[in-house]
Design a protein around this ligand. Structure first.
Ligand code: XMP
Length: 520
């Protein structure tokens, strides 16, 4: 039997990274340029482990991070990512104070408790509520009713939110306070879900439990649906990513802010990152388009000196020298990717950047030497790309894949009957004007001549992060099963590569059929 597990006939064709990439050193390769060879396997996809350690004290249960982009990651996305075992990096195109409260929201998130439920006031009309549901595309129609001081007045039940009652005032239609089921937030104890679960079992037919404080101010909402969902999830394979205090993990991006003299504004940076640390941030990312620069190096050094234990991500780079530089400055994890992103135009505008698989190989070897980790950032459009990226990196960072999710910032827009969400590059003109210019080495003052390095685009709305991640994780696990890899370290150790011809690439996608349903 053992003889069938490996054969010398394979070796000249399917090569490990250290042979394959140096042998292809005259061409930049990306995901679709290569494919992975399968290996003898005793591993079932469902038994594979996807946990990854990015730095001391930063451990994820799945190797997937949502990008620090203003159309991808704010607190809702970061919460969804962490609940699924991954990480969200909150972008920095927002006032510093607002970024701090976004981090607090993630760190204080109690799964199942909607902390800021959508509320209505007694003076509004049912027609107003219908318009809000339509505009925001809410999938629910029951709302707590509060007065101008946030005090609970009642509950507007879904069965009266109908066009026929549009002209009625909410005060006429609400279920009065005395009849609304509530719980004091103090009673929620350590395990709010178990407490709510008990409540719903004891109260036949009640689907909503409102949380109030001692003064009867609305503090949250728990729904039976969520509780049931969570109870099922507790048996799930991939647990939420949490810190040592059982809070969800959260990352935040910071930029290399400069003062009026063009020097790094150390005071402001340290105050801001100090605030993030106080709120419990698990990792800070120094995010720029060109990480192998004095400015980024200085910034990483300043943060490393001030916060010796804080996990630091820095980037982006595509060279071994860049990785070594940032590692020497004190970064723990290095973002690799210049121009592969779905909204990026860096390669077109600036003529620089390296196709992602070659960049990852070169950077991974430097990272191993420096004992830092690598994050494959950008260009991922399908789970197979993630499998390939993970053969050379500890995690992937994705923007476009999540930008159409419910949890991404921004409203859904309808165009010719299809639903979309906005997705824009942080180097696009609009994003730079909103604050991200420093990331691309420009001034945000529009009077200055700037060259945008990203586009403003739309992504088709694609439902919840849970759904998208379920697809991606299924794909990663399949890939690992094909390579006989029980965990990510084995995947990195076992991968063997071969280049794909244009005909091979066509062969890889559905062909010569009339497709009735897409694969996802
Ligand atoms: P995907 O392919 O996942 O890429 O949509 C997301 C990554 O792209 C980077 N990024 C940019 N790169 N111009 C660029 O050249 C931009 O405007 C831009 N905005 C984001 C970033 O690394 C992100 O994670």
């Amino acid at each position: 039997m053992a003889a069938t597990r490996n054969s010398g006939f394979d070796d000249p064709f399917y090569q490990p990274a250290d042979k394959f990439f140096p042998a292809n050193n005259n061409i930049g390769l990306t995901f679709d340029d290569i494919t992975l060879a399968t290996l003898y396997s005793e591993i079932l996809p469902r038994d594979t482990q996807l946990d990854t350690t990015l730095a001391d004290g930063l451990h994820l249960n799945i190797p997937v991070i949502s990008s620090d982009m203003d159309t991808v990651t704010e607190s809702r996305m970061a919460i969804a990512m962490a609940l699924n075992g991954g990480l969200g990096l909150i972008h920095y195109n927002l006032p510093e104070r607002e970024q701090l409260s976004q981090v607090s929201r993630v760190k204080n998130h109690v799964h199942g408790l909607i902390q800021e439920p959508i509320q209505v006031s007694p003076d509004q009309f049912i027609g107003d509520v219908l318009a809000m549901i339509e505009q925001k595309k809410f999938g629910f129609s029951t709302f707590p009713v509060v007065d101008e001081k946030g005090k609970l007045v009642g509950l507007l039940p879904g069965h009266v939110v109908k066009p026929r009652y549009a002209k009625r005032k909410i005060s006429e239609a609400l279920q009065p306070r005395a009849q609304v089921h509530t719980i004091n937030q103090k009673e929620l104890s350590k395990d709010p879900i178990a407490r709510a679960d008990k409540f719903f079992t004891e109260h036949l037919g009640i689907h909503k439990l409102l949380v109030v404080d001692d003064k009867d101010h609305l503090r949250g909402l728990i729904t039976l649906n969520d509780v049931e969902h969570i109870t099922q999830e507790r048996a799930a394979q991939f647990k939420p990513a949490r810190d040592s205090h059982f809070r969800l993990v959260c990352g935040a991006a910071v930029s290399a802010t400069r003062n009026a003299f063009g020097e790094l504004d150390k005071k402001r940076i340290l105050e801001h990152v100090g605030g993030l640390v106080e709120r419990g941030v698990d990792v800070v990312a120094v995010s720029t388009a060109h990480g192998h620069t004095k400015g980024v190096g200085d910034m990483v050094r300043v943060l490393r000196d001030a916060f010796p234990k804080l996990p630091l991500i820095a980037g982006n780079v595509t060279s071994a020298a860049g990785v070594e530089f940032l590692a020497d400055c004190g970064a723990d994890a290095i973002k690799v990717g210049q121009g592969p992103g779905s909204i990026c135009t860096t390669r077109i505008v600036a003529g620089v950047g390296i196709p992602q698989m070659t960049a990852l190989y070169v950077c991974a070897r430097a990272a191993a030497k420096k004992k830092v980790t690598i994050l494959a950032d950008g260009g991922i459009t399908k789970s197979g790309d993630i499998v390939k990226a993970l053969t050379l990196s500890e995690a992937v960072i994705c923007g476009g894949i999540f930008a159409g999710c419910n949890e991404a910032p921004g409203d859904v827009v309808e165009i010719s009957g299809k639903l979309y969400k906005q997705y824009r590059g942080m180097g696009s003109f609009a994003a730079m004007k909103a604050g991200s210019a420093a990331r691309y080495g420009h001034d945000k003052n529009p009077a200055q001549k700037v060259a945008p390095e990203g586009v403003e685009a739309l992504k088709e709305a694609c439902g919840s992060v849970d759904r998208v991640l379920a697809q991606l994780i299924g794909g990663i696990q399949s890939g690992m099963g094909y390579l006989g890899a029980a965990n990510l370290a084995q995947l990195r150790g076992k991968a063997r590569y071969i280049r794909v011809s244009p005909a091979g690439m066509r062969e890889a996608a559905p062909h010569d059929v009339v497709e009735l349903k897409t694969g996802n």
